[in-house]
Design a protein around this ligand. Sequence first.
Ligand code: SAH
Ligand code: SF4
Length: 342
Amino acid sequence: MEDKRIKIMELDKRELERWMESIGYEPYRASQVRNWIFQRYVDSFFNMHNIPKRLREFLNENAILHPLRLKERLISKDGTQKYIFMAEDRSFIESVLIPERDHYTLCVSSQVGCSMGCIFCLTGKRGLKRDLSASEILDQIVQVKRDMKSPEKLRNIVFMGMGEPLLNYSNLKQALKNILYQDGMNFSKRRVTISTCGIIPKMKRLGKDFRVNLAVSLNAPDEEKRSYLMPINRRYPLRELMEACKIYPLQKGRRITFEYVLIKGINDEIEDAERLVQTLSGIKAKVNLIPFNPFNGSSLRPPTPDRIERFQKHLIKNHITALIRKSKGSDIYAACGQLGGK
Ligand code: SAH
Ligand code: SF4
């Protein structure tokens, strides 16, 4: 039977105000409830102490507070934590909390699986099960915050977990409103990054709608190699992708992050680095080099550290900022491209 309860987390302020009025309560109750959800991470409607008892009971019967249930929390040797949630349909959803020097970054999922089939990505190998709802996207953040000792230390949200966020655009958009707006979680635009394999039309919409940070999974310096590694390149070719990057409306002083998974013998030659320099010319770019994380069933391997460094040096020599991103949490399968492997 279809669940008729409203998903309260994904309504924006206006929508919840209207709903409150429709059931005979004053609109300011919406702000109170939203404060309990987004600022105090309450686990039950019954703990919303300034809400009249009758309304709490009504909410409990007619609204869903948390669509996800926390199933497991794994802690890596390096401090990275993987949260495994279960949705109402028993799908598993993973989020990864990464400690930085004085704050945390949370990597969230946007879909169960992914339909893009990039050959180096375990999530992609498993295919797509379904999109996440806006509430399911938001609840990952809310529940991780509730679990943290100092929730205010969660500073960055990156959509680099399972799935292609721009293929779930309407739910992403609805979730972003409550992540960014002041009456929701109030994250700064500069602290939210959407990573995409290059869904060009939606990149344009994202730029118009929110102007958050953009990361593009590039992974290859030319059309041929990119089409081999990432089938989406046949639909949205590199040349057009770079044009779309050139016009993306960045925040002042910001650059687009280009992710480049280095794979031994495939995209790690100096010639690849040189072509990458050319591909990125004229774009405000920085490059994250991610040594390939191996997984069962894949014969791909990361290059040796000296070849990784050689690649990086070539970019730097050509005035491109390039960082080597050692993926964290690989011992708990929380590293880039390893999610959803259970
Ligand atoms: N679908 C979006 C969001 C997921 S981000 C996107 O592709 O951008 C996941 C990141 O992990 C991507 O940058 C991808 O290039 C990287 N990745 C995937 N598989 C990996 C692997 N096996 N090792 C290292 N990085 C990987
Ligand atoms: Fe999907 Fe991104 Fe993995 Fe490609 S890299 S399969 S787009 S999650």
